[in-house]
Ligand binder design. Structure first.
Ligand code: MLT
Ligand code: ZN
Length: 427
């Protein structure tokens, strides 16, 4: 496929910041076709960039060094649903939204959820080990994968799709692809673990004026085993969301915490008893519609901030006690560079993972050095859930030690000896 409009759309990332130069789009509709393409590309030493839903926020899906994009968009089959063991086998191009729709009415749902659910694909989310909003309860994508099929340049199809939930026969080679960002092979299908639906759900928004109060609320919420979401945002960010989607935040506070609990029939009573004596700003969703309204205040941050112009995005994780220091030091560093930069912070506080978005006229390289530099100095992770992509690859050698880097390169060289897959991503 070389239709310029279609190929152009696949060359630009979601933020519009990273633009690739590929001229051709390959759309295999079966694993066998995909295998053939990879075999030829390997023989001809032709770089190929793998693309799922093109929702990467670190330039991971953009073909900056390849003339060919290979999209998994035609690998759409849901092959098997096992209601006894609670698992589903589907192809890489199925989106999270399609998977959720398929599972509706089965009594199960999928353990990972994120704002880009209508575009993000199973293959892409496995390759980036996507985290999302339920990480605090169910973990990331790595925790959902039972087994997967991987096509590699060196070995062709590595079918790691075991029929069994428990299978300890040797090294589980397929799992190396989880979080490898498409650099060692292409995930073509996977068997995923499912979560039984809960009888009830309880969503509550708290507003507090100090960060230590925010951590106190989190500590309180964490004592409940039913806690499945612990998200965070600030007044500055939610004002943008209000403007962008015409929503209204129920009260004004400096920091907001959004909690969701999923559990049995008795859970609601237990939680409303527990929260009754909590003072300050609290809004409890009375039904699914009001829960959705509270959710919208958190979920639309990325979209609302993107309306302000060039945004440099940082996805960092720290110990909880370090986050306030990171936030104030990041602001100080930006102030020392320019008076016109504005930073927004939001994210998955319960996981110690916050997203810092910087709107400024500074070059991205200067902002990167300030924020990624600070993160590294504080011993944090420079990518908690978005991956390294092409945007953070220059910092990998400062984030990992020599032994880690050597092992990563050795794995890459074993599976993709000619370096044809996703050149520029991670390495
Ligand atoms: C989120 O948590 O909303 C996503 O990771 C997106 C973002 O960081 O902008
Ligand atoms: Zn996130």
């Amino acid at each position: 496929m070389d239709d310029p409009d279609v190929v152009r759309a696949c060359n630009v990332d979601w933020t519009g910041k990273v633009v690739g130069g590929a001229h051709f789009l390959l759309r295999p509709s079966s694993s066998a076709q995909l295998e053939l393409i990879l075999m030829l590309a390997n023989r001809l030493r032709t770089p190929i960039h793998i693309q799922g839903g093109n929702t990467s926020l670190v330039g991971g899906a953009t073909p900056v060094n390849s003339d060919f994009i290979l999209t998994t968009s035609k690998l759409k089959r849901i092959r098997h649903f096992d209601s006894q063991l609670g698992r589903v086998t589907c192809e890489a191009g199925v989106t999270l939204g399609e998977l959720s729709e398929y599972l509706r009415g089965t009594g199960y749902h999928f353990g990972v959820d994120l704002a880009s659910r209508e575009s993000a694909t199973v293959g892409g989310m496995i390759s980036t080990n996507a985290g999302g909003i339920h990480f605090i309860r169910h973990g990331g994508f790595r925790d959902q994968v039972v087994s997967l099929d991987l096509v590699t340049p060196a070995f062709g199809l590595i079918s790691a799709s075991s029929k069994y939930l428990k299978d300890n026969t040797g090294i589980d080679v397929g799992r190396i692809a989880i979080g490898a960002e498409g650099t060692i092979g292409v995930v073509t299908s996977a068997t995923l673990r499912l979560i039984p639906n809960s009888a009830s759900s309880y969503t509550v928004l708290f507003g507090v004026d100090t960060f230590s109060d925010a951590l106190e609320k989190l500590r309180f919420a964490r004592q409940f085993a039913t806690l499945s979401v612990a998200e965070f945002f600030t007044y500055d960010g939610v004002v943008l969301v209000e403007e962008a989607i015409g929503a209204r935040v129920p009260f004004r506070s400096r920091y907001y915490l959004l909690f969701q609990f999923d559990g049995g029939h008795l859970m609601e009573q237990e939680l409303s008893d527990a929260f009754r004596n909590i003072e300050g700003n609290v809004a409890v969703a009375s039904d699914a519609v009001s829960a959705k309204k509270l959710w919208a205040l958190r979920e639309h941050h990325t979209l609302a901030i993107s309306t302000l112009g060039k945004v440099d995005k940082y996805d960092v994780s720290f110990e909880l006690g370090q986050i306030e220091e990171f936030w104030s030091s990041a602001n100080k560093r930006l102030e020392s560079l320019t008076s016109s930069a504005k930073a927004y912070i939001f994210g998955h506080l319960g996981d110690g993972n916050v997203h810092l978005n910087v709107v400024s006229r500074l070059s991205s390289a200067v902002v990167d050095e300030a924020i990624i530099g600070l993160t590294l100095e504080m011993g944090g992770s420079i990518s908690a859930e978005h991956g390294i992509g092409t945007l953070k690859s220059g910092y990998l050698s400062r984030a990992k030690n020599d032994a880690q880097l050597q092992a990563m390169r050795a794995i890459k060289a074993t599976f993709d000896p000619n370096g044809i897959l996703n050149p520029g991503v991670i390495f």
